[in-house]
Design a protein around this ligand. Sequence first.
Ligand code: FAD
Length: 462
Amino acid sequence: MSEQHAAASGSRPAVVWFRDDLRVADNPALTAAAGSRMPVVCVYVLDDESPGVRAPGGASRWWLHHSLTALSAALDALGGSLTIRRGPAERVIGDLLAETDAAAVFWNRRYGEAERTVDEAIKTQARDDGREASSFGANLLFEPWTIRTGSGTPFSVYTPFWRACLASPEPRKPLDAPGSIAGAPPLDSLTVTDLGLLPTHPDWSAGLQETWEPGEDAAHEALARFLDEDVAAYKADRDTPGIDATSRLSPRLRWGELSPHQVWHATAAARTRTNAEGAATFLSELGWREFAYHTLFQRPALATENIRSEFDAFPWPRLHPTALRAWQQGRTGIPLVDAGMRELWHTGTMHNRVRMVVASFLIKNLLIDWRLGEQWFWDTLVDADPASNPFNWQWVAGSGADAAPYFRVFNPELQREKFDKHGDYVRRWVPEWQTDAYPEPIVDLAETRRAALAAYDVVKGR
Ligand code: FAD
């Protein structure tokens, strides 16, 4: 819409800026705009340029392409449309507000420091220009500044953190999708395809396509299916990678196809007709997601700096690129590690138990800096999350605040015997296991465990 058009029609629009909330239901920013009686301009900005804002990795970009396609169709069906632009968000949103002479701009909050800096600058400029600028809590159950210890500080330990969350007012009920949106005249827009998010040379996405159907409708189906079929046995089965026992909702939550409020209340409703323990355990996993975000809010450099600074002294040996490559490609000769890394490459996800095992193996048996593992996950996971990914890597490394102690080194063979007793999971991803074609382990587990503990002594000495 041109400035003349907006002025002539006398109907200045409200802009809704979509980010990690690719949904029309329980989207407070969209609901506020739809209820404002203004024409609504919906926009997504692919921002690979703002300093400190982490550009999505390869698998995430695949997800984003499909999720944006679904969002765009959902907005069309409501009478709106999705405008797509690319570039540093501060400039792109600033230009859009000027171009449309928007009366208001709405978004749902993000929690990384670089993102907050961008958002703050846009809010300040918009208000200076006489526009309304409002942000909403939509992607966390509890805003980071609302959960505090008795002495007013943020929690650094999960268990009391989650207890405090559960003792807080219950998260609000999810909002329905708006019945309709007063669309604004079309604006210049890229297509989703123009963003070039899909892999081409080569196209490695066949496994992702087989595994996933991104988008809000499919997300709701996945949630309903999980609550009907699997939540009852969740507590008992969630650690067994050979069973499809977990919700697989992580990319839905990462991209905001589902809000945690929707998951929370649907689970609470299901609790009465299912195993209450399964439901409570499942909600406590959502609690880890909250805890990771609250940690990111306090510790913006979560992906690059050890939370426990004594780990800065860790004597990482010179990087062995062949070992890193063997880990990435699932050719370490350790069956559970190889199965996990191949599952990751093929599907863009990996079972939680196996994520812990492969991370421990990289850090403690290969003595490779956790940040290199974190970066590989960032590029290959469809749920690669700016809070959960580095938080969990630091948890495994022992460098996080409330983390597994460094000296607790997972033995990947014992883990396999315990959690994949019959080998269902390993055989699925490593069919040549137990044949001559399967390689010998690239390292000796006992010897490397000793070396890891010796390296840790340096940290302990600090
Ligand atoms: P469910 O067991 O069904 O759990 C429900 C939801 O709770 C998940 O969808 C997720 O949103 C949340 N959740 C569960 N466990 C955790 C956890 N430990 N930390 C934070 N949130 C959790 N999860 C991500 O969403 N993105 C990541 O980038 C990510 N990287 C990880 C890296 C490592 C090294 C490890 C050990 C774990 C990582 N996780 C990450 C956490 C966890 O492995 C996944 O959330 C989980 O496997 C997703 O499967 P699900 O949806 O079936 O989980």
